[in-house]
Design a protein around this ligand. Structure first.
Ligand code: NAD
Length: 502
C-alpha cells in the first residue's frame, strides 16, 4: 500500500484492537518483509500490542536500492530545499508529541514524562539539522592565491546511502540523532530500529514522509541480526551508525569497517558518580537516584556506581535509601516515577546482579526486587534498589546492569575516586558532586569519559554538541550529533582553481 493511500496510520496504533502491524517502509511504500512476524509486548502489562516483521538480506537489498536510487536526485537538490521538510517535520513531531509519547511508553515501559522528554531531545536534533546550510560551511573557506594563480577551498559533499542501527532504550530519540543530519547533508537513509519496540521508530519514519521527505530518501527495515549483518556487508551502503551493547557495537564496527564503510558504533556503559565530602548531599542523593533509576535504569548515561568520600558515606547512603524508597513504581502511561523494564528476562538478569553482589559481600540497603503493580501483575517491574559496601572488584561495580540499582562504594580520597573511575573498561559518562572548584577542575582534566557533569546527575549533551564515549563505550572517531555528524555524513573535497592570466 502506498504511504499516501493509507487510511489507518499504516496500522501503527498499538491501542487498536489488533495492535500495531509494523512493516518496512521502502521507496515510500509499506512492505511486508520476507521473514517471520514476532510479537511486540507492552512490558507494563505483559500484553501483546503489535507484531513486527523481520527482514531478510533481500529486504535490505530492496531498501538500499531504493535509497541509492533516491540519492541521485536528493543529493543534487540545494541544501535550502533539503531542509524545508525538516522544518515541517519538527512541527509535526511537536504536534504528535503526546500520541508518540503514549505509544513509546506503551511499547517500552518507561513513564509518559520520560517518553515526552526523550522525544523533545530527538526534536532538538531536527532543529540543529535545520541549520545545515551554516553547518556545511565549516572547513569550506576559500584561500585566494594559495599558490601563484591558484585559489583553494574545501567542499563538503554527501556520500550516498547511510544506515543507523538503534537500540530499544530510546526508540523515539536515537533514530533522530542520525536521520535529520544524514538527509540534510544530502545522503539517503535506512533505519533499522530495535525489534523490541519498533512502533515508535516506524511512526517517526511515517511522519518524515508526511513532512515531505521524498520517497526513498528515508527507508525503514525491521528485524534482527540478519538485517544488521546485511547492512554491514552491503556494498552500496557508505556508512553505518550503531548504538547498542558493547559486544554488538564491536561486531558492527569490525564487520562494516572491513567492508570499507565509515562506522560510528556507540556501545554499553558503566558510569560513576563521585560524591565529595564537600557536596550538598541531599541534592547529590536526589540526582543520583534519578540518574540511576530513570527509565528503570535502562539508560547508557545512568550513573549507577557511586564513589563516596569516606566521611560522608553513611549520611549519603541514608539519603540515597530515603530517595529510593520514596520513588513510585507503576505503569508507564500512568506516569509514575519509575516504569517497567523491557522484558521479564531482563528484570531477572538485573535481580541476578543484585543477588550476586550480596553473595560477594555487598550489603542490601534497599531491596526493590519483589514488587507488583496493582492491576498490572504481569508487568516487569522493579523498585529502585540500593546496594552498599561495594568494592571495585565486584561484578556489580564493573558490568553494565541496565536496571534501577544504585551501588555505593566508599573511597578514602578524591584521587582514589578518579583512579577507580578511570580503571573502568567503559568511558561513557561520569558525574561529580562537589562544592570545591579545584576538585571540579581535577575531574575535568583527569576523568576519562565522553560526557562529564559537575553537580548534575546526568551528562546528556544537547543536540548542538556531539554525543559519544570512550574505551568500550565507543568504536570509531566521529560521534553522533552536531558538527561531528556533519563530518561523518560528508567527504571534504579540496578544490583548487587556476586561471592563468593573459
Ligand atoms: P543490543 O546491542 O541488544 O541491540 C542494538 C541493535 O543491535 C538492535 O537494533 C538489535 O536488533 C541489533 N542486534 C542485537 N544483537 C545483534 C547481533 N547479535 N548481531 C547483529 N545485530 C544485533 O542493545 P539493546 O539491548 O537494544 O540496547 C541497550 C544497550 O545499548 C546498552 O548496552 C546501552 O548502554 C547501549 N546504549 C548505548 C548508548 C550510547 O550512547 N553509548 C545509547 C543508548 C544505548
Amino acid at each position: 500500500m502506498a504511504l499516501h493511500d493509507r487510511e489507518d496510520d499504516a496500522g501503527l496504533d498499538p491501542h487498536a484492537e489488533s495492535g500495531a502491524t509494523v512493516r518496512n517502509l521502502v521507496a515510500g511504500e509499506w512492505r511486508e518483509p520476507a521473514g517471520d512476524r514476532h510479537p511486540v509486548t507492552d512490558p507494563g502489562t505483559g500484553e501483546q500490542v503489535g507484531t513486527v516483521g523481520y527482514s531478510t538480506s533481500a529486504d535490505v537489498d530492496d531498501a538500499v536500492a531504493a535509497a541509492r536510487e533516491a540519492f541521485a536526485d536528493w543529493s543534487r537538490r540545494p541544501v535550502e530545499e533539503r531542509i524545508q521538510p525538516l522544518f515541517r517535520y519538527k512541527a509535526l513531531l511537536e504536534d504528535h508529541q503526546d500520541d508518540l509519547a503514549h505509544t513509546l511508553a506503551t511499547e517500552h515501559g518507561k513513564t509518559l514524562s520520560e517518553a515526552k522528554g526523550e522525544l523533545r531531545r530527538g526534536i532538538e536534533n531536527v532543529e540543529v539539522a535545520c541549520g545545515m546550510p551554516s553547518l556545511l560551511k565549516e572547513g569550506s573557506g576559500i584561500v585566494e592565491q594559495a599558490a601563484p594563480e591558484i585559489d583553494e577551498s574545501g567542499v563538503r559533499r554527501p556520500l550516498g546511502v547511510f544506515a543507523a542501527i538503534t537500540p530499544f532504550n530510546f526508540p523515539g530519540m536515537i533514530p533522530l540523532w542520525f536521520m535529520p543530519h544524514a538527509v540534510a547533508t544530502g545522503n539517503t537513509f535506512l533505519l533499522k530500529p530495535s525489534e523490541r519496540d519498533p512502533i515508535t521508530p516506524a511512526r517517526l519514519v511515517e511522519l518524515a514522509h508526511e513532512a515531505g521527505i521524498p520517497e526513498g530518501v528515508v527507508n525503514l527495515v525491521n528485524g534482527g541480526p540478519e538485517s544488521v549483518n546485511a547492512i554491514c556487508d552491503h556494498e552500496d551502503v557508505a556508512g553505518v551508525s550503531f548504538v547498542g551493547s558493547t559486544g554488538v557495537a564491536k561486531h558492527v564496527y569490525e564487520r562494516a569497517a572491513s567492508a570499507g564503510k565509515r562506522v560510528q558504533a556507540q556501545g554499553g556503559a558503566k558510569n560513576h558518580v563521585i560524591v565529595s565530602d564537600s557536596a550538598d548531599l541531599a541534592f547529590a542523593a536526589e540526582q543520583t537516584v534519578s540518574s540511576a533509576c530513570a527509565c528503570a535504569g535502562e539508560r547508557c548515561l545512568a550513573n549507577d556506581v557511586v564513589l563516596t568520600m569516606g566521611e560522608v558515606y553513611d549520611e549519603f547512603a541514608e539519603q540515597v535509601v530515603a530517595e529510593a524508597a520514596a520513588a513510585t513504581v507503576g505503569y508507564g502511561p500512568d506516569d509514575p516515577d519509575v516504569g517497567a523494564l523491557i522484558t521479564s528476562e531482563h528484570r531477572d538478569e538485573v535481580a541476578g546482579y543484585v543477588a550476586r553482589a550480596v553473595e560477594a559481600g555487598a550489603e542490601l540497603l534497599h531491596d526493590g526486587r519483589d514488587v507488583t503493580v496493582d492491576g498490572h501483575e504481569d508487568g516487569t517491574y522493579m523498585d529502585p534498589t540500593v546496594v552498599g559496601g561495594v568494592t571495585p572488584d565486584m561484578e556489580i561495580a564493573r558490568e553494565e546492569i541496565f536496571g534501577p540499582v544504585v551501588a555505593l562504594s566508599r573511597v578514602d580520597s578524591f584521587d582514589e575516586a578518579i583512579g577507580t573511575l578511570n580503571a573502568s573498561d567503559y568511558g561513557n559518562a561520569a558525574s561529580l558532586f562537589t562544592e570545591r572548584g579545584h576538585e571540579a577542575q581535577q575531574f575535568r582534566r583527569e576523568a576519562r569519559a565522553g560526557n562529564l557533569a559537575v553537580n548534575a546527575g546526568t551528562a546528556a549533551p544537547m543536540a548542538f554538541y556531539h554525543f559519544g564515549g570512550e574505551k568500550a563505550s565507543f568504536f570509531g572517531d566521529l560521534h553522533a550529533q552536531a558538527d561531528d555528524a556533519v563530518r561523518f555524513y560528508t567527504d571534504q573535497t579540496v578544490y583548487i582553481e587556476r586561471w592563468p592570466g593573459e
